[in-house]
Design a protein around this ligand. Sequence first.
Ligand code: S3P
Length: 438
Amino acid sequence: MLRAPAETTVVVPAARARGRVQVPGDKSISHRYALLGALADGETAIEGYSPGADCAATLACLRALGVIIRSTGPAAFRIQGRGLRGLTASAHPLDCANSGTSMRLLAGVLAAHPFQSTLTGDASLSRRPMRRVIEPLTRMGARIVSADGRPPLTIDGGDLEPVTHAPEVPSAQVKSAVLLAGLQTRGRTTVNEPAPTRDHTERALATFGVNVDRDGRAVSVDGGQRLRAQAVRVPGDISSAAFWAALAGGRPGSEVTIENVGLNPSRAGLLDVLRRAGVAVEAALDAETAGEPVGTVRLAYGAPRSFTIAPDEVPGVIDEIPALAALAALMPHGSTMSVRGAGELRVKESDRISSLARGFRALGAHVEEYDDGFTIEARPLTGGPVDSDGDHRLAMAFAIAATGAGSPTKISGAAAVDVSYPGFFHELDRLTGAGGDR
Ligand code: S3P
């Protein structure tokens, strides 16, 4: 039984990482299967569900909305679907905890239900922008009250009109919220994306029997299509795998193989960036499950070199930027990573530009911060202390970089890893042979 990581965790330097690892179920896909299972006709069985707190928040909200969900094993659930627009009002506010995906996708679902719901979250989520979903859902006919565009959201849902929506920022959460609302109307809803984003909602809808039309960057659904319950398996989360990739690519002599990991092309931009950064990457597709490609990725230390992430690549690697910064910090001194066009990082679980810059500087790297990105330059890493700022991906990124520091690093707010990767520190110890008691 794994113990939850302590609020403050010490990471000791480690020469190299070796081994095989299975990462937890994909967070994005888990949320979607739970939501679609709840709206489907019949009983949906999900295996490989993300064990993180974010996806637990989605299940807790669905239970409060009248959905019966049974745990049937480790990471396995059965969800009794209530049919389209079949949820019932919750007696209390719905707590989305740290999870933006829970809040934005549930907003789309609840906008079409004829009762009032309030969506709340923790301090971090309460700072995140919600106008991007409030605006299109209001145009469809929902009434939504917010705290100046931020949570809590109080939604008075009902009969919605279909909409054609062109979001200002590329966001899979916005696209998904609008498509889920559109599915509960009587007409055709279209989202025209400014840049391609992860397409798990489209694939999951198709798996649940819904016709989804895609034409370039436009995605459309006709409302009223019933969802058919499914047995689905969630692939491993490539965004979690990114931390092991950074470790393998950053510590000489390392080799890590990640099994059963999702390789959806809209998420696999990470592999291109890793190759450019000189990491030895071998990826093999093993299967497709519920329309999601799954495979094995072998990552090894190669020939590290400076790399840049172009603005048009950013939506495809938005969640992997902290891990890639850790890779850069571990590279030979003077190597750099630059990213621009990534202003969205400022409205993630933390302000991921300033918190990341502060943390990597504390570890000894040189970081230049811009409005929409940063450049990190590898310098001899001295070790912390660092603060995750309550952000799971920063806690993991700092831990990976800390393996290459000259002395142990104390990470405050380390327990945030439980949002997406409970057991992360245990795996870090196992792969680096560090052992130790946390
Ligand atoms: C997600 C979409 C992305 C991503 C987030 C998960 C999703 O957010 O950063 O971690 O599951 O749809 P945005 O939609 O805000 O870009």
